[in-house]
Design a protein around this ligand. Sequence first.
Ligand SMILES: *Cc1c(COP(=O)(O)O)cnc(C)c1O
Length: 345
Amino acid sequence: MNQIIDLRSDTVTKPTPAMREAMAKAEVGDDVYGEDPTVNLLEQTAAEMLGKEAGMFVPSGTMGNLIAQITHCGRGQEVIMGAQSHTFYYEVGGASVVGSLIFHTVEEDRLGQISPEQVAHAIRGVNIHFPVTGLLCLENTHNRAGGTVTDIAHTKALCDLAHSNNVKTHLDGARVFNAATYLGCKVNQLVAEFDSVQFCLSKGLGAPVGSLLVGKQDFIQQARQFRKMLGGGMRQAGILAAAGLIALTEMSKRLEEDHQAARRLAEGLNLVPGLAVDMETVQTNMVFVDTTDSGRNGNDWTNLLRENGVLINAVGPNRLRFVTHFDLDRTDIEAALTTVVKLAR
Ligand SMILES: *Cc1c(COP(=O)(O)O)cnc(C)c1O
């Protein structure tokens, strides 16, 4: 058996040699006192790249999204988000548990988008019976829709609508650099309308740990207190931030390679009898495959592929997810395809 080909997620990458070296040499201090120079540099660099006033390093995307929600909103307020969004689906209801916020979900379309009409309908009017709408939370790229991208014009329409109703806006931009790469724009253009943005260094960008939350100075200052409350105040975190800086400034430039690999994989998988790929959703580094006509369900495929050295995730009864990343090269993609073809019946 050859080496395992791991297509489960873009979080499975190992730090690059350059990251390891930077981590070993990182200048550090106690970041709870604001004295870690490497963390400070990472936060400044992130804020600059995203066009925001300030940034804060957090251990995970989940914590970044949670802090954003509870900083923007007070107890009993509503957060509008997609019914398939990561914040609703995969974050253990954190903002509801910790912040006593209410999730107001709206159904995304096939490409992970919600419409201005849906947002307008979801925003509460003034009425003694209603909770107050505090925040609109969007996701770009949209994970459960297949890594799909919302463009600048659509983003602006949704944010303008929220702001004109006194509602704040947050972007769950775990993979926002993939979205900007797909659109061929700078990431600051894509996030310009948002009051806050969370993005992950540990997804396609290859850092071992960490995310950033960026926004206005006073927002980040308040967010720091919530980070401490949640146990996210780290000490010599510059060791992690050193890898994060390379992820942010270097690895963010190579994502088109992952997108090309995903397209190649999608085209190949779509030709396998019984498997179907909605090619319109293959925009970034993910491929979702419908197994309905293959005679096997998602778990059957996942187990069978694992026995044959290919790791993937089932994300629904008949739905597989393949994710490309920088630890896989062209040969790995072709080998994974060959394995699927061999196993199809
Ligand atoms: C992974 C992910 C997160 C959370 O990031 P973690 O670092 O795993 O907590 C948030 N949003 C989206 C869209 C994600 O894919």
